[in-house]
Design a protein around this ligand. Structure first.
Ligand SMILES: Cc1cc2nc3c(=O)[nH]c(=O)nc-3n(C[C@H](O)[C@H](O)[C@H](O)COP(=O)(O)O)c2cc1C
Length: 420
C-alpha cells in the first residue's frame, strides 16, 4: 500500500486534532439550489424502479433540505447523485426528488448512479476537519442505495474504488468516488480521465484529489446488503437518547457478519465473542469529543482500521455503520452514527496490542430497551447492588475518561483467538 499523501495525512491529523477554532459563517453556507427543476419522479410505493429507489435511498422527505433517508455528518449532505442511463447523464435533486432532463413518465430498471462529493458543503461547517466525514457520508450513501435496491428486490452492484477522474469525465463533478449499478445496464463509457485539478492549498480538496485515482476498469461487487422492508428505510432517524439495555440477541444481530466491536457496560465484544472486560464507554466519549451521550449509550459499535488505505477504509466504515443503522431501526432500537474521533482513539493500543493498527474510524451509538424487571432477592441474601443517586444500579467496572488501560483484555482461548 503506498503511503498516504502529505495532504491526506495532514487532513486526517486536522480532523483528529484539537478543535482548531473554525466557525461556520452563517451567511456563507453553500445552497442546494439546482438551476434546472428537472422532472419530478414518482415516490415509493409507486410500482416503478427508478423513482422509488432514489426516494428510499437519498430523498429529502418533503421539499426541505432535511430530513433525508440517509444520515449525514452535520446534516450537510455533501453527496450528489447522477443517474447514467442510455448514454445520458441526469442530475438528481433530492430536495425536489427530480431528475434533470428525464423524459416525463418513463421508468427503467437498468441504470448507474454515480456518487460525487461536494466538499464545500461539509468544509463550510468543519473546515480543515471535513475529510473523514465526507468519505463516511459517501459510504452511507452507497449502502443506502444498496438497501433501497434490496427492499425493492432489484439487482444491485457497487463499485467503491473507481478512478474518480474517469467518472468525473462523465458527470462533470470532480470527486465522483463511487457508483452503484441497478439491473444490467450497458457498460459505462470510458472517456479519458478528466485532468487532475491543480492543488488549491485547501487541505480537504487536495486530499480528495490525492485519493481520486482508483481502478479505471469497472470493479462491480455484490454489496452484501441484508434486505429490510421499505418501512425500515423510511423510519430511520438519528436519535438523541440512547440509554437502556441491549439483550444478547440484539447485540448478536447488530454484530452478525460485521467487523464491528461493541462496547457496552460489560466490556468489549465482536461477532465471535468477548474481547475485553470493563466499561470502555467513558473513554470512547472522551475520544469522540464528548459525542452524543456515548458514555450512557447501551452500546457503541466501533469500526476500526489501520488508516493505511484511507479512502477504502472510510467508505467501508460508512457502509458498515449504515447497515448497522438499518438493523437497529428494524429492531426498534434508537441509534446515532458518530464520525468524529481523536488521534487518541486507538482501540488496539488500549487493549495492549500494537498501536495504530485499530484506530476508530466510525461508530454507531445504539440505545437499548427498558431493563427487564430485576428478580427479587431472597430476604436474607445481601444485595450486591450499590445505590446511585437514589436509584439502585448493579456495580459496574468503569474506566475513567483518561484510563483506557482499565479495559481488561479477555485472555485468548487456546483455539482461535490468538490472531486478535
Ligand atoms: C458520517 C456521519 C457522522 C456523524 N457524526 C455524528 C457525531 O459525531 N455526533 C452526532 O451527534 N451526530 C453525528 N451524526 C448524525 C448526524 O448529525 C445526523 O445524521 C444528521 O443530523 C441528520 O439527522 P438524521 O440522521 O436524523 O436524518 C453523523 C452522521 C453521519 C452520517
Amino acid at each position: 500500500m503506498p503511503p498516504l499523501s502529505p495532504a491526506v495525512r495532514l487532513a486526517d491529523a486536522a480532523a483528529r486534532g484539537p478543535y482548531d477554532g473554525h466557525r461556520p459563517d452563517p451567511r456563507g453556507q453553500p445552497r442546494y439550489a439546482v438551476a434546472d427543476p428537472g422532472t419530478a419522479l414518482p415516490r415509493y410505493p409507486a410500482s416503478q424502479v427508478l423513482g422509488p429507489l432514489l426516494d428510499l435511498a437519498l430523498a429529502a422527505e418533503s421539499g426541505r433540505v432535511r430530513p433525508r433517508r440517509v444520515p449525514s455528518a452535520g446534516a450537510l449532505y455533501p453527496v450528489d447523485a447522477h443517474v447514467l442511463h442510455e448514454g445520458t447523464v441526469h442530475r438528481y435533486d433530492p430536495v425536489r426528488h427530480a431528475l434533470t432532463g428525464w423524459p416525463s413518465g418513463t421508468d427503467t430498471g437498468a441504470f448507474v448512479v454515480v456518487l460525487s462529493l461536494v466538499p464545500e458543503r461539509t468544509r463550510w461547517k468543519y473546515g480543515a476537519r471535513a475529510l473523514p466525514s465526507l468519505l463516511l457520508d459517501l459510504g452511507h450513501a452507497v449502502a443506502a442505495l444498496a438497501a433501497s435496491a434490496a427492499a425493492l428486490d432489484v439487482p444491485c452492484q457497487v463499485w467503491t474504488d473507481p478512478d474518480a477522474r474517469c467518472l468525473a469525465a462523465l458527470t462533470g463533478a470532480p470527486y465522483s468516488l463511487a457508483a452503484v449499478r441497478i439491473g444490467t445496464p450497458p457498460d459505462l463509457p470510458s472517456p479519458p480521465p478528466a485532468p487532475r485539478p491543480l492543488p488549491t492549498g485547501d487541505l480537504v480538496t487536495d486530499a480528495l484529489t490525492d485519493l481520486s485515482p482508483g481502478s479505471p476498469a469497472p470493479g462491480w461487487t455484490d454489496p452484501g446488503q441484508p434486505r429490510h422492508p421499505a418501512d425500515v428505510l423510511l423510519a430511520r432517524r438519528s436519535a438523541d437518547s440512547l440509554t437502556g439495555h441491549l439483550s444478547s440477541a440484539d447485540l448478536d444481530a447488530l454484530l452478525h457478519r460485521t467487523p464491528l466491536v461493541a462496547a457496552t457496560a460489560d466490556g468489549l465484544r465482536d461477532a465471535s465473542g468477548p474481547i475485553a472486560r470493563g466499561d470502555a464507554r467513558p473513554v470512547l466519549a472522551a475520544w469522540s469529543g464528548g459525542g452524543p451521550a456515548i458514555a450512557e449509550a447501551a452500546a457503541v459499535l466501533l469500526f476500526t482500521a489501520p488508516l493505511d488505505d484511507y479512502r477504502r477504509e472510510h467508505t467501508d466504515a460508512g457502509r458498515t455503520v449504515h447497515r448497522a443503522v438499518l438493523e437497529a431501526t428494524a429492531r426498534g432500537l434508537a441509534a446515532r452514527p458518530v464520525g468524529s474521533w481523536s488521534a487518541n482513539a486507538d482501540l488496539g493500543a488500549a487493549l495492549g496490542r500494537p498501536s495504530r493498527r485499530s484506530m476508530v474510524v466510525h461508530a454507531l451509538a445504539v440505545g437499548g430497551r427498558a431493563r427487564p424487571a430485576q428478580k427479587e432477592l431472597p430476604m436474607n441474601e445481601p444485595s450486591r447492588a450499590v445505590p446511585v443517586g437514589g436509584r439502585t444500579r448493579p456495580p459496574r467496572e468503569r474506566a475513567p475518561m483518561d484510563e483506557p488501560s482499565r479495559v481488561v483484555p479477555v485472555p485468548p482461548a487456546p483455539d482461535d483467538r490468538s490472531a486478535r
